[in-house]
Design a protein around this ligand. Structure first.
Ligand code: HEM
Ligand code: HEM
Ligand SMILES: [Fe+2]
Length: 451
């Protein structure tokens, strides 16, 4: 850490991990419900658990992005954050809105639009909050001594992400129109602007961890940004196949979404290439593991498993089944969960000045969580394919199929427990680092010299 204001990132990371833990609890409730053990049904019915699970996911990932930005921007711009107190207020108010939304879901105060369940009045509070966040980031970049490509790509991703929240707030009384614009938020976030945020964070990590020249790394960023926009914008069409819009989307969505994995492939090649080129001297080996793991698993989860159901001929059968959950888990975890974990792993020693590199707990966290998530993906995939054939090909009734596939959820719960154990080790390690301190300023430079 070079600037005292970077310490605020720690609290965003702590909040993110806390919400992930809660997300896992709701995931397990649903995992057991799928197995036929739905004892909590009268208090937390499946639809509530699902909305809470996915919304907590989005909130903790956003907290992770915000924390990373509060760490990266001062360092790249060579300027303290312009208003640290406001950043803390922004964190607390963001959490309060999140808690209000989640309590609301339990009381049936919500909109039944997957991922955008949050009621419109609360949306406005989110808007104010995100504007505050962007205000701090943009003012810091503006005042800073330097404007690097990395910081600009990251900032651009954050600004676009905020803008793309708005189409989800328009009110329609037509289901097709509502779906059409809902995807502007959901799809254009994860397969568009969030990729820029991820690219920016990845570039920063690779510059720090591999020691390869900034110029080389930042050249790749342009390639990634180009591929993302080229494929991702029109790729939205893969959600328009059968929602009541024109047939042209079958062709446009099919072709462009098949190109989307290229952006993830570019990121994977980029990270592995820079690792091989680099001097491999940085002591934070675990951060490097997480970074390379992100690049590879995001390609598998988003790129390959996305491609598996993106053609209209396939999606006609798989739409909204557990095949989607298979892809949703590894894509969200492999890309955005893992990039946040990579960043926290990189930042913790620098924020606290403690050299907990490459520890047993850290290793266990890495392997258990990632192997656990791969196992979960397989379990969802097996259940999903069975569901598609029984329900959509052979015409069995939805509920009867769900009973038929209950058995696959045993493996889901076992692998999810493995995932949760990995996360528990990560949390223990997080606490072992202790709190961030001003003494840690300059720690990274000292470490570099002593190596
Ligand atoms: C990190 C990037 C990605 C993430 C986090 C992600 C996540 C998700 C999630 C959560 C859904 C369910 C959305 C909903 O029903 O509301 C979904 C759907 C879908 N994704 Fe992705 N995805 C990513 C990238 C991709 C890519 C690159 C492709 C194509 C190559 C793809 C293809 C699809 C398709 C076709 C669906 C629709 C499934 C259905 O009809 O039920 N995704 N994705
Ligand atoms: C203990 C760990 C977890 C368990 C047991 C679990 C279980 C589940 C279950 C049962 C569903 C509902 C599937 C359905 O609709 O029938 C679900 C949905 C979902 N979960 Fe998890 N989950 C866990 C962790 C995670 C993590 C860590 C992430 C992301 C980083 C995640 C992302 C999602 C997403 C995106 C959906 C919506 C999928 C879709 O749109 O079809 N989950 N989860
Ligand atoms: Fe999409």
């Amino acid at each position: 850490m070079k600037y005292a204001s970077q310490k605020v990132a720690y609290w965003f990371f702590a909040a993110a991990i806390l919400l992930l833990s809660l997300q896992i609890v709701y995931g397990l409730i649903m995992g057991f419900a799928h197995m036929g053990y739905d004892g909590l049904h009268s208090v937390i019915p499946f639809n509530t658990a699902r909305a809470v699970h996915t919304n907590l996911l989005v909130v903790w990932i956003l907290l992770g992005f915000m924390g990373s930005a509060y760490y990266i921007i001062p360092e790249e711009a060579q300027q303290e954050l312009v208003n640290v107190k406001l950043a803390y207020i922004q964190l607390i108010s963001f959490l309060l809105v999140g808690v209000a939304a989640i309590v609301g879901y339990h009381l049936n105060y919500w909109e039944g639009r997957k991922f955008l369940e949050i009621p419109r009045p609360l949306d406005w509070l989110v808007v104010i909050n995100v504007l505050t966040f962007l205000g701090i980031i943009l003012a810091t970049v503006y005042k800073g001594k330097k404007r690097t490509t990395t910081s600009l790509v990251l900032t651009m991703g954050l600004v676009f992400a905020a803008l793309l929240y708005l189409p989800g707030m328009i009110w329609f009384d037509n289901q097709t129109m509502d779906s059409f614009f809902r995807w502007w938020v959901v799809h254009l976030w994860v397969e568009g602007v969030w990729e820029l945020i991820m690219g920016g964070i990845l570039a920063f990590l690779l510059i720090k961890l591999t020691g390869v020249d900034r110029e080389v790394i930042e050249k790749w960023l342009y390639v990634i940004v180009g591929l993302t926009f080229l494929s991702g914008i029109l790729g939205t069409g893969h959600h328009y196949y059968y929602i009541g819009v024109g047939k042209i989307w079958l062709i446009v969505g099919g072709i462009f979404s098949m190109l989307e994995p290229l952006a993830f492939l570019a990121m994977a090649l980029f990270a592995v290439g820079m690792y091989r080129k680099g001097e491999k001297k940085h002591p934070n080996k675990l951060a490097l593991y997480w970074t390379l793991g992100t690049a590879i698993l995001s390609f598998v989860g988003a790129g390959l498993l996305g491609m598996a159901h993106t053609l209209p001929q396939v999606n006609m059968y798989t739409h909204g089944t557990l095949v989607t959950a298979m892809h949703g888990h590894l894509a969200f975890w492999g890309a955005y969960g893992m990039i946040v974990f990579s960043f926290i792993t990189f930042a913790m020693p620098n924020l606290t000045g403690r050299r907990l590199y490459d520890t047993t707990y850290g290793q266990l966290a890495y392997w258990l969580s990632n192997i656990g998530m791969l196992g979960m993906t397989v379990a969802f995939g097996v259940a999903g394919v069975a569901q598609v054939y029984l329900e959509r090909k052979f015409g069995m009734e939805f509920g009867a199929v769900q009973q038929e596939i209950e058995v696959h959820f045993l493996v889901l719960v076992i692998t999810a427990t493995m995932f949760a154990t990995g996360i528990t080790f990560y949390i223990i390690e997080f606490f072992r680092f202790g709190k961030p301190t001003n003494e840690a300023i300059g720690f990274e430079e000292t470490m570099k010299k002593s190596n």
